[in-house]
Design a protein around this ligand. Structure first.
Ligand code: DGI
Ligand code: FE
Ligand code: FE
Length: 388
């Protein structure tokens, strides 16, 4: 039985790792390809928001799902203390007697191989398959391989590998800057965003594309307009424009759901609703949208609260909540009587704009012969009072 072992921190697993795994499988054709995330030592103090070992394992499952014969092993996470390949190899030899083991490593690791714990034992029991990571000095690598062979009788393979410009550290730095998506598989990036590991924030182009799956075609222009207007308002009033963009992109993600689907979502996310809401999906989409924005895209409290109140409003809203409420109302594709003055007011006095928008909503809802919801009424009363 041929077993290839590919160890690493995989924090997070990226496209470079995936490419390396593909190369290893293609070149080595192992019966079993074991991916072994190491336990990250406590002294490598992890940045806040890093995934736990178990979560990192899950990211590996997502990252390497397409590699035939690949198995993600938690053997190093089960062990106490620092991860030694030596321990892993001993365990594997015990579990798979007579197996031919190959260690897949980067060429940087090859150069320092003599510093590995019990490296002679490893060279005796394993083949080493070295993958180049960056622009390697091929001659030097060949020389290192040759001296390992000469000095220890090592079996060293150099795998032709087209290296990809990616490192986990660089990706961790980029994720909070709404970047790094191009270096990760979609499944891994989606999960990182969903859980907001590493302080990640979604790339806006990625988010727009993802949200398209949740929108009816006729709503796409409105959502783009709402995003643009929210950004303008945020810049004007001193809010974070990228966060405003995120809220704009996400604000109507459950709008196309039927009443029944909305109610199912309420059930699923523990949203308690009253009778007026039960019979009005228009009101429900604000509540379920907030829950889904968090569940699918890891939206933070500010964004979720703004979505939650974007349809009815409420008394004493935050600046961010008012921005989304008004952006939704006045975005460029909206056209109705009285929108001109409201557009101007939104850039002059947010609270007066809220009072006017709420008044217009109430009039419209009444004209349509529907019930004005209590939140809309109390919101209007609050902003109307404030104006006086
Ligand atoms: O989702 P959008 O269409 O972009 O905008 P929105 O979330 O502000 O929803 C607007 C709809 O919600 C519009 O048809 C009016 C309705 N609405 C807002 N407040 C109330 C309301 N409907 C009722 N019945 N009662 C309200 O208080
Ligand atoms: Fe809406
Ligand atoms: Fe909307």
């Amino acid at each position: 039985m041929k077993i290839a072992v590919y160890g690493g921190s995989f924090n997070p697993p990226h496209l470079g790792h995936l490419e390396a795994a593909r190369t290893a499988v293609r070149e080595l054709q192992p019966d079993l390809f074991l991916i072994v995330p190491d336990s990250i030592p406590p002294h490598k103090a992890l940045a806040e928001g890093s995934p736990t070992a178990q979560e990192r394992l899950e990211l590996c499952r997502l990252a390497f799902a397409g590699i035939p014969g690949a198995e993600i092993s938690d053997m190093e996470l089960q062990r106490e203390g620092k991860s030694y390949t030596y321990d892993t190899v001993c365990q594997l030899l015990e579990r798979y007697p007579g197996a031919e083991l190959t260690l897949v490593i980067g060429t940087d690791m090859l150069e320092s191989f003599e510093a590995w714990y019990h490296f002679r034992f490893l060279l005796e029991h394993c083949t080493i398959a070295a993958l180049s990571r960056e622009e390697d000095d091929r001659e030097q690598i060949a020389a290192v391989a040759e001296s390992l062979r000469a000095d220890y009788g090592a079996h060293v393979l150099l795998l032709a590998h087209e290296p990809l410009e990616a490192s986990s550290e660089k990706i961790r730095e980029r994720l909070p800057l709404r970047a790094g998506e191009d270096l990760l598989s979609d499944a891994v990036y989606s999960e990182i965003i969903r859980r907001r590991y590493y302080g990640a924030k979604p790339e806006l182009t990625w988010l727009r594309a993802k949200v398209l799956d949740h929108l009816d075609e006729h709503r796409v222009a409105h959502v783009a307009g709402c995003e643009a207007e929210a950004v303008r308002l945020a810049l004007h009033w001193g809010e974070d424009p990228e966060l405003a963009a995120e809220a704009g992109i996400l604000h109507d993600i459950t709008k196309r759901c039927s009443c029944e689907e909305q109610l199912n979502l309420c059930e699923k996310y523990g949203i308690i609703i009253d009778n007026s809401e039960r019979s009005n999906p228009r009101l429900l989409h604000a509540r379920t949208g907030a829950a889904l924005a968090r569940e699918l895209f890891g939206a933070d409290d500010a964004v979720c609260e703004a979505i939650r109140w974007h349809t009815t409003g409420k008394p004493d809203m935050t600046l961010f909540e008012k921005i989304l409420y008004l952006a939704d109302y006045i975005e460029p594709t909206r056209d109705f009587d009285g929108i001109g003055p409201l557009r101007e007011l939104a850039y002059e006095d947010l609270d007066r704009a809220m009072a006017l928008a709420l008044k217009m909503t109430i009039d419209e809802v009444r004209r349509a012969g529907r019930e004005v919801y209590v939140d809309t009424l109390t919101a209007y009363e609050w902003y109307n009072e404030k104006e006086k």
